[in-house]
Design a protein around this ligand. Structure first.
Ligand SMILES: [Mg+2]
Length: 387
C-alpha cells in the first residue's frame, strides 16, 4: 500500500460471473466474456478514481481437479485481454481454498484484504461488484457498498430469507446484470447529484427581478415582465432551450422599457453563469440555423468565460408591438456580458416579428446544446483547465 493510493475508494471486482461467465475456467475455450464488460470497465477506469482490486475465489487451484498450470495461463489471458482495452488492476486477491477448508480469505471472509483496513483507503465510498450473495456479504464485512450482478428480479431475495436476515439490502445499492446500467449508475449518478439550479433576486432603485433557473429542466416556466412582446420572446427562450425557469420583473416602465429589459438580461446571464458551475462535462458550444417564414436566423454560442457579442441584424421597423427593436441588441449584449459567453447572432431581412422570434428561438436552441451535460463525463471542455 503506497502513498499514491491514499484515501482512494476501491472498486472490488469479482471475476467469474461478472467479467467472464461463471465456470471452472481452466482452458482458453472456457473464456466467455460478459457482454458490455469492456466498455463499462474502460469508462470506469478512465473517468473515476477507483483503485481496482480483483477479489476472486478459485476453488481448489493446485489440486488434481484444478491444476495450477490449467488456471494461471488462462487467468493471465483474461488479465492481458482487459489490459489491451486499458483496463488494468491495481491488485489481485485470489483465494484458492475449497469451501470445506473454511479459509479466512474465502469470500465473504476478508482474510486477503487486510491492507485495506489500515486507514489508507476510502472504504465508505468503495464498491464491490459480484454475482453471488457472498459478494454482497463481503461488501458488508468490508464496510462498503455492493452492486449485485444479477437479474434485477432477484431483488426480493435480498429482502427475504437468509439474505434478508443478514441485512444485505442496506449494503446493496443496485441489482443489475447490465454493465451499461452499472457504469451509468456509478458515473452518471455522481453528476446527477449536482443540481444545476439557481435563484437570483435582484433589487435596484429601477427594477426588481427574480429568476429561478434549472438547466436540467424540460422547458417549463412562467414569465411576467409587464412587456407583452418581451414575455412572448422569453417564453420562447424557456420552451426551446429546455431549461425550467420562472422570471418575474417589476421595473420603472413609466420611464421606459430600457431598465427592465437590461436588468432581466443581467439577471438571466448571471443565473446561467452560476448554474453552469465549473462547467465540467458540458458541451460548451452550441449553434442553430433557424428559418421562420421569410427570415433566417443564425446563432452560435460559447460559454467560454469571456463576453463578446457579434450582432448583425437590421430590423425592418422600429418596434414590434410596443417593444422597441433597438433593445434586442442591448438585451443580448447584457446577457453575454453577465453569462461571460461569446454570442454571434445574425438575422436576414424580413418581417420584424419573425426576425426577433427567429433570433430568440435560435438563441434558445444554441443554449440547449451548449449547456448539455454528458452523463459519462466530468471533463472540462478546455485545454486551459478553467472556463
Ligand atoms: Mg462470481
Amino acid at each position: 500500500m503506497g502513498q499514491p493510493h491514499m484515501h482512494k475508494p476501491i472498486l472490488f471486482l469479482d471475476r467469474d460471473g461478472i467479467l467472464v461467465e461463471e465456470d471452472q475456467v481452466d482452458s482458453f475455450e472456457k473464456i466467455r466474456w460478459i457482454p458490455g464488460v469492456f466498455n463499462a470497465l474502460r469508462k470506469l477506469r478512465e473517468e473515476s478514481n477507483y483503485y481496482f482490486a480483483m477479489v476472486s475465489n478459485q476453488d481448489g487451484v493446485g489440486t488434481p481437479s484444478f491444476p495450477s498450470e490449467a488456471f494461471w495461463p488462462v487467468h493471465e489471458r483474461i488479465i492481458d485481454t482487459l489490459a489491451g482495452e486499458r483496463i488494468t488492476f491495481d491488485a489481485q486477491h485470489i483465494d484458492m481454498s475449497l469451501p470445506e477448508d473454511h479459509c479466512p480469505g474465502r469470500k465473504p471472509g476478508i482474510g486477503m484484504l487486510g491492507e485495506y483496513f489500515e486507514g489508507g483507503y476510502d472504504l465508505e465510498h468503495s464498491l464491490m461488484i459480484g454475482d453471488r450473495l457472498t459478494d454482497v456479504q463481503l461488501a458488508k464485512n468490508i464496510g462498503c457498498k455492493a452492486i449485485w450482478f444479477a437479474d434485477p428480479s432477484r431483488l426480493e431475495e435480498l429482502k427475504q430469507g437468509i439474505a434478508g436476515e443478514l441485512g444485505l439490502s442496506e449494503t446493496c445499492v443496485l441489482v443489475s446484470d447490465s454493465w451499461q446500467e452499472i457504469a451509468v449508475f456509478i458515473l452518471g449518478g455522481k453528476s446527477v447529484k449536482l443540481e444545476r439550479r439557481v435563484e437570483i433576486d435582484r433589487r435596484t432603485a429601477e427594477t426588481h427581478v427574480a429568476v429561478s433557473l434549472n438547466l436540467d429542466g424540460s422547458g417549463k416556466g412562467s414569465v411576467e415582465t409587464g412587456l407583452p412582446f418581451f414575455d412572448h420572446m422569453l417564453a420562447q427562450l424557456i420552451r426551446h432551450s429546455g431549461v425550467d425557469a420562472t422570471l418575474h420583473a417589476h421595473g420603472d416602465l413609466q420611464v421606459d422599457e430600457h431598465h427592465t429589459v437590461e436588468d432581466v438580461a443581467i439577471v438571466l446571464g448571471q443565473a446561467f453563469l452560476q448554474a453552469l458551475g465549473d462547467k465540467r462535462g458540458i458541451s460548451r458550444y452550441g449553434y442553430e440555423v433557424l428559418p421562420m417564414d421569410d427570415v433566417l436566423a443564425q446563432v452560435a454560442i460559447d460559454f467560454s468565460g469571456r463576453p463578446y457579442l457579434v450582432w448583425d441584424a437590421q430590423f425592418s421597423r422600429p418596434s414590434v408591438g410596443t417593444f422597441p427593436t433597438e433593445m434586442f441588441r442591448h438585451f443580448f449584449k447584457s446577457f453575454s456580458d453577465e453569462a461571460k459567453c461569446n454570442l454571434d447572432m445574425r438575422v436576414s431581412e424580413g418581417n420584424a416579428h419573425h426576425q426577433a422570434e427567429a433570433l430568440f428561438k435560435a438563441f434558445a436552441r444554441a443554449i440547449r446544446q451548449a449547456v448539455h451535460r454528458y452523463p459519462w463525463s466530468d471533463a472540462l471542455p478546455s485545454t486551459k483547465g478553467v472556463l
